[in-house]
Design a protein around this ligand. Structure first.
Ligand code: ADP
Length: 458
């Protein structure tokens, strides 16, 4: 719903970054595979692999692809889903791109093919009743693609069966093909509002890590406080342009901490304070406002909401961000030094990217599926190790590795790789010894994922 109004009001910000289209299709497949497999589908990527990259908004494009892919996965049983790329390279300036998501599912009657792009339309088939849905995925996708100057449509799939959703876009070629971020116009706009001093009061380690990552990527300076009291102390010491305040924290909650900051005489007594919360019913919002808060951001945190709150509420110091627009102020996300404990086992960029790309519901669903898959493959890994079936062991850890990679569980991913290589090389003893270390890593990764989506780790 929110997404619809945002696109309609033309408020949706588009970024310009180099995109490796083929890699994007691979990523979509990786994220969507568990959903596809749940319904007994196989999924593949096919088509062109252009050497050059194009310029566009990777997050928005991925959002549309994931939406089409998850529809295909939802409505198709025991079938096949293909993500197909074709790129016309004849024009030296602009690539003509067609991406198709093809399924062998029930298909869509001719009479409904235009209508499904209207708001709230779900075709009342038995598939729909099983799958559930808001009828907003396709209309949002169409708005996004049209805002990019492209078109989206549907035709029957191969041999007239199933569906073939296509996106056609003309995207400029990127200069070179490096993975460095493109410091284009949109980056500059972002950088112009960068350089804010933000105090982040949040007790959940993972949420704090993700928020810090998003804010630092946008060029803001972040001071972290892990509970209400630490937040009050930090706010007393210096003036922040903005305070982001988690509401539910053990000991002193965000409302109490805000009241203490507002009634005290510390340096940040008048700074804007924005609540971070999973519960934002009208009565909650009133309570936050009464305590002296200006706004609410609803969790799970997503980058556009977070950054637009910063832009709305925090005025950057006059000269901070002007120095080198688009470059110095935009920190490259390397996630290296800031996250001492967690980054040993997680890559915060992937989690932050997932929470940007997916709607909150899709994020929950994806993480739940990944967690389930990891548990299933752990049982299979144990069984294979017990049987001394080293080839099956390699197969099972490979599956676990894919899930781990999808959510940025880097340590688990690496450990699975070790087991798989040893298993395939016929080093059964080594493989089984390393496999015995997996349960601990799985437990640690699972509890971080649970925490990330706000469930109790138990
Ligand atoms: P949602 O999937 O949330 O219901 P969408 O706007 O994404 O909403 O899709 C609208 C409707 O179009 C779906 O409810 C379904 O009836 C139909 N549909 C979409 N994709 C497919 C597909 N790949 N195969 C069959 N039907 C589809």
């Amino acid at each position: 719903m929110l997404d619809v109004t945002r696109v309609e009001a033309g408020k949706m910000a588009f970024e310009t970054e180099p995109i490796d289209l083929h890699a994007m299709l691979d990523e979509t497949l990786l994220i969507g595979a568990p959903l596809a497999e749940q319904n007994g589908n196989t999924a593949v990527v096919s088509g062109d692999r252009p050497d050059r990259w194009v310029l566009g908004d990777p997050h928005r494009l991925r959002q549309v692809l994931l939406n089409l892919f998850s529809n295909a996965a939802k409505f198709t049983r025991d079938g096949r889903i293909t993500l197909d790329l074709s790129v016309d390279e004849t024009d030296a300036q602009v690539a003509s791109v067609e991406i198709a998501v093809i399924d062998s599912g029930p298909g869509i009657p001719t009479a409904d093919r235009e209508r499904i792009f209207d708001d709230f339309v779900t075709l009342n088939s038995s598939y729909d009743r099983n799958a559930g849905g808001s009828g907003l995925g396709l209309p949002i996708s169409r708005r996004i693609i049209r805002a990019m100057g492209g078109e989206i449509g549907i035709e029957p799939g191969a041999q007239g069966r199933g569906s073939r959703f296509w996106i056609r876009l003309r995207l400029p070629w990127a200069q070179g093909s490096s993975r460095t971020r493109y410091a284009g116009a949109d980056r500059r706009t972002l950088a112009a509002s960068a350089g804010c001093q933000v105090l982040l009061v949040e007790d959940n380690d993972v949420n704090r890590m993700v928020a810090v990552e998003m804010l630092r990527q946008a060029g803001h300076e972040v001071t972290e406080a892990a509970d209400g009291r630490a937040g009050i102390a930090a706010a007393a010491q210096r003036r922040f342009d903005l305070i982001l305040m988690d509401i539910s924290m053990p000991g002193m909650d965000g409302v109490e901490a805000t009241e203490a900051i507002r009634t005290g005489s510390g340096a940040s007594t008048n700074s804007p304070i924005v609540a971070l919360t999973a519960h934002a019913l009208p009565e909650d919002r009133r309570r936050f406002a009464d305590a002296g808060m200006q706004d609410v951001i609803v969790k799970p945190l997503r980058r556009p909401q977070l950054l637009s709150a910063v832009v709305r509420h925090a005025a950057p110091p006059a000269d901070a961000a002007r120095a080198a627009p688009g470059q110095a102020a935009v920190a490259e996300p390397d996630g290296e030094e800031e996250f001492d404990s967690l980054d040993d086992i997680f890559d915060p960029n992937i989690l932050s990217d997932l929470s940007v790309t997916l709607t909150p519901e899709a994020l929950h669903r994806t993480i739940a599926l990944v967690r389930q898959e990891i548990d299933i493959s752990l049982s299979a890994v144990r069984a294979a190790a017990a049987r001394h079936d080293d080839l099956d062991l390699a197969r099972q850890v490979h599956r676990m590795a894919g899930c781990a990679a999808m959510v940025g569980a880097s340590a688990l991913h690496a450990a699975c790789g070790d087991v798989e290589r040893a298993g395939k090389a016929g080093l059964g003893d080594t493989a089984r010894k390393r496999a015995a270390e997996l349960p601990d890593l799985v437990a640690a990764s699972q509890s971080i994922l649970a925490e990330f989506v706000g469930e109790s780790a138990a």
